[in-house]
Design a protein around this ligand. Structure first.
Ligand SMILES: [Zn+2]
Length: 886
């Protein structure tokens, strides 16, 4: 583990590399405890001026065995090798070949960065800075090289040997029990995309014929016996490959594309060139083991990693500040894929719910940072909702501003201009400016200014002039290090909805044209006047969530109910109900804190009743409308002096009120939507199950005995994991007698399948009762639990800290204590997982005073601990916002 003091890295300090690497020949001899790595690099001076610079290669915990330059062993006085660095002060001022031998211990690698063992499988994770844990290297993304990898291993220990590219040679090592394989990747790539796998793996194979008629072999490698759970992943991969050809004109380039599923993995998946490595949770699925939600996520993540082949691999990032260049863009691409494959409106609402729950919360707290940060201490902590999800919104806004054709032209130009390069955000945006003839200078602020823009819109109808004036004010709140902000370019899609529900024609009085119904807002305050408006309209603003802003509009409850019933934009139909519910919930939280009672809003309940009675709507859309804003959304809306107990109670009361008021319709939907045939994972079937299970959950929220027995029955008779876990959730989250038996039964049924037992851990972690903390602590000693496996830690402890607002934020502070103790215990073994868990405390400042003090004290205990990893140290320093700790 690194012990050096954290060093800030600044975007403004970027310099091109002093030395470039042309080719890398790796020879890796696998052994569980002592793996020998020989790396032969052909190096040449970069373009940094005349004097040859010292050669400084990155390392992390390495032991150098030998060093050979141009065939001759380098004398010890000519270099300095430490665990973290290899320096040759006076390298030859020309191209040369350097052979480096190191030895590493994959079994001891609990960080899961670099080369490690997952179960009995060797695998790698190199993004962001893991390659330096394998060999000394200029480990930065703008050093792109052609890799040839020879892997050697014991034949019984690792019968399958994989690396990036195409396999060129394989065979036995004569006179030994070992064998080898050689893989060559003809595409230049940065070191973070290197991958290697060795082990006993079963394989499912398929083929794909590309748009130009090339035949590509597709393989998914899994633990033997799990081959039958790869059908959905393979199908998703083929659909993603076809979609990228159709929508973006992008074709796959190697002869083979491989996915390997491993059980110990810090992230979701990794897009290594030609050899994606996945957390097995995002590959394996069968009706009996995976929910519809799992199917959905597998499809999205398989597609995401595949899409990286062009956005990330062929064109990579110049430096880690440009992370959004590959991640924001690729999230946008996978969201568009899912929208095309499934219901566009439902996908959009789901994405926005996720954005608000994670990114908006991040943007409002001490960890707020721009989509492209200008400084970091530990890059591992910038794989954030802001870089990924807000980064995707920024790309989507480009498309909204320019229109689909010019957007596609800009993407085509980007691929043509920068293929094979390590690019920047400026270069990316310049392609759209050039392809469309648009000045995008002000738009770049979306990359540099943190914080969620607040937009206040007020409309007024003048019946005499038949005009509608819309005043729009924008403000970007201060964030750490950025007290003052400049106005943003905001694409505000809108409609003026007439009383018959139809959109009125939009004509601006000053002659400006409203392309595609999008108003471009770019000043702190602006007024737009629409002419020839025959009667007072209801404005439908930020349709489809065209900009990631917090919008406040002067809409009455009547206006919102009207939009909920009549808006042609499904997103804003949903949003209207959310706004009504949020207003009610904020009022009720205040009432509860003042010792009063919650109020019912019959208008809201009637609006919901009208939605569930509307036979033209998709069932999963109905389910989304029936789901009130989450506790984190309500807390964000309240903004200060937050009391998680009151928020929980207000939300639970609303859900019970919906269940009571709509009971008849909910029971009807539940019965009507029961499936006759066997389980099918297709989107339409999944949508029906979603609504049916939402109905069940709202009915159980009322604690009606008939609803509780319905859930108990569904649990027993379910023939698929979706219905079984939905019923279990309905029962387990309430203190009903059926709960204990159902939880015991679930464990007994699935005890041999860790991924299913993760669901069992998670459901218990989110029980909103005071005994949950003790339950979670006890479960950490359960034989199925392991602190060494990131999926287990996340399913139990992260879900408790991030998904159970009420019990994590206990008034006695014991929830915080438990989480920070876990962080400190995990940190020496796996700093990335520890740092991510600690970020659960990021909203501590908005809590009511008592909890705020307890959370701060818990954070200070972390800050005071000795030998923190750079990962955890960075998070605790920024979360506290106090200097002097680092
Ligand atoms: Zn990605």
């Amino acid at each position: 583990m690194r012990t050096e003091e954290t060093r800030p890295v600044r975007l403004e300090d970027y310099r091109p590399p002093d030395w470039l690497v042309e080719t890398v020949e790796l020879d890796v001899s696998l052994d569980p405890k002592a793996t020998r790595v020989r790396a032969a690099l052909t190096l040449r001076p970069g373009a940094n001026g005349a004097a040859p610079a010292p050669l400084v290669l990155d390392g992390d915990g390495l032991v150098l065995k030998s060093l050979v330059l141009d065939g001759a062993e380098l004398p010890a006085e000519q270099y300095v090798a430490s665990a973290d660095r290899l320096t040759i002060a006076q390298p030859p001022p020309r191209a040369f070949r350097l052979e480096i031998e190191t030895e590493i211990d994959p079994s001891a690698n609990t960080q899961l960065m670099g080369l490690y063992r997952s179960g009995r499988i060797y695998c790698t994770q190199c993004e962001a800075e893991g390659f330096r844990r394998i060999t000394y290297f200029p480990d930065r993304p703008d050093v792109m090289a052609v890799y040839t990898t020879r892997i050697e291993a014991d034949k019984t220990d690792a019968p399958v040997l994989l690396a990036n590219g195409n396999m060129t040679e394989a065979g036995d090592v004569p006179g030994t029990g070992r064998h080898f394989a050689v893989w060559h990747d003809p595409f230049r790539k940065p070191s973070y995309l290197f991958a290697l796998v060795g082990g006993t793996l079963a394989c499912v194979e398929d083929r794909f014929c590309t748009m130009s008629g090339r035949d590509v072999v597709l393989r998914i490698y899994v633990e033997p016996g799990k081959e039958d759970r790869c059908v959905h992943a393979m199908d998703s991969l083929k659909r993603a490959m076809r979609w990228d050809e159709t929508v973006f004109g992008r074709e796959y380039d190697l002869d083979i594309f491989m996915i390997v599923a491993v059980s110990d993995f810090n992230m979701g998946a990794m897009e290594n060139k030609g050899l994606n490595i996945f957390n097995d949770k995002y590959v394996l699925a069968s009706p009996e083991t995976a929910t519809d939600g799992d199917y959905d996520r597998i499809e999205a993540i398989i597609a995401h990693e595949y899409f990286h082949n062009w956005t990330g691999n062929r064109i990579t990032c110049r430096d880690w500040f440009q992370l959004c260049l590959k991640e924001g863009l690729t999230v946008f691409r996978d969201q568009e894929f899912s929208a095309d494959e499934r219901s566009r409106a439902v996908e959009r609402i789901g994405n926005v719910r996720g954005l608000r729950a994670h990114q908006f919360v991040e943007d409002a707290g001490p960890l707020a940072h721009p989509v492209r940060p200008a400084l970091y201490h530990e890059i591992n902590n910038f794989y954030t909702a802001t870089v990924y999800e807000k980064g995707a919104e920024v790309v989507r806004m480009l498309k909204t501003l320019l229109g689909p054709e010019k957007f596609r032209n800009g993407m085509d130009l980007y691929f043509a201009r920068h293929d094979g390069e390590a690019a920047t955000v400026e270069q990316f945006v310049q392609c759209f400016a050039d392809a469309s003839g648009t000045d995008l200078g002000q738009f770049m602020r979306w990359y540099s200014q943190a914080g969620t823009p607040e937009v206040v819109a007020a409309g007024r109808y003048d019946p005499r002039a038949k005009t509608y004036r819309l005043e729009v004010h924008q403000n970007v709140p201060p964030t750490p290090g950025q007290p003052n902000k400049e106005p943003m370019v905001i694409p505000l899609a809108l409609g003026l909805v007439g009383r018959d529900g139809r959109d009125l024609p939009l004509a601006l009085a000053d002659g400006r044209v409203l392309e595609r119904g999008v108003l471009t807002v770019s000043k702190p305050s602006e007024t737009f006047e629409f002419t020839d408006i025959g009667a007072a309209p209801v404005p439908s603003l930020n349709r489809g969530f065209s900009a990631p802003i917090k919008l406040v509009a002067n809409l009455t409850a009547d206006d919102l109910r009207f939009l909920a019933a009549r808006d042609s934009d499904p997103f804003n139909r949903w949003q209207a109900v959310q706004t009504l519910a949020t207003r009610l919930l904020v009022d009720n939280v205040a009432a509860l804190r003042a010792g009063g009672m919650v109020r019912k809003d019959l208008g809201l309940l009637d609006a919901l009743a009208a939605i569930v009675a509307d036979g033209s709507l998709d069932p999963d859309f109905m389910a989304l409308v029936l789901t009130p804003p989450g506790e984190a959304d309500i807390a964000r809306e309240i903004g200060r002096d937050v009391d998680p107990d009151a928020i929980f109670s207000a939300r639970a009361a609303l859900r019970a009120a919906i269940g009571e008021h709509l009971a008849g319709a909910l029971f009807d939907h539940y019965r009507r939507l029961s499936e006759a045939g066997p389980y099918r994972p297709d989107p339409a079937s999944a949508a029906r199950r979603t609504l049916r299970n939402t109905c069940l959950d709202l009915l159980v929220a009322t604690r009606r005995p008939d609803a509780v027995s319905l859930a108990a029955r569904q649990y027993q008779v379910a023939d698929n994991m979706t219905d079984r876990t939905a019923a279990l959730a309905a029962l387990s989250l309430r203190d009903v007698p059926e709960r204990a038996a159902a939880l015991d039964d679930f464990y007994a049924r699935y005890r041999d399948d860790p991924l299913i037992i993760d669901k069992w851990f998670s459901l218990q972690a989110i029980i909103p009762e005071p005994t949950t903390l003790d339950r979670v602590k006890a479960l950490t000693a359960h034989p199925a639990f392991s602190f060494a496996n990131p999926n287990r830690v996340r399913s139990l402890i992260s879900v408790f800290a991030m998904g159970n607002q009420k019990e994590f934020n206990r008034a006695d502070g014991l929830g915080y204590d438990f989480v920070v103790e876990t962080v400190l215990a995990l940190d020496p073994k796996n700093p990335q997982v520890a740092a991510r868990l600690l970020s659960a405390l990021k909203s501590w400042r908005v809590l009511e005073p008592r909890r705020r003090a307890l959370a701060q004290a818990a954070l200070r205990r972390v800050a005071a601990a000795s030998a923190l990893s750079p990962d955890v140290n960075d998070i605790v320093v920024r979360t506290l916002g106090e200097s002097g700790t680092a």
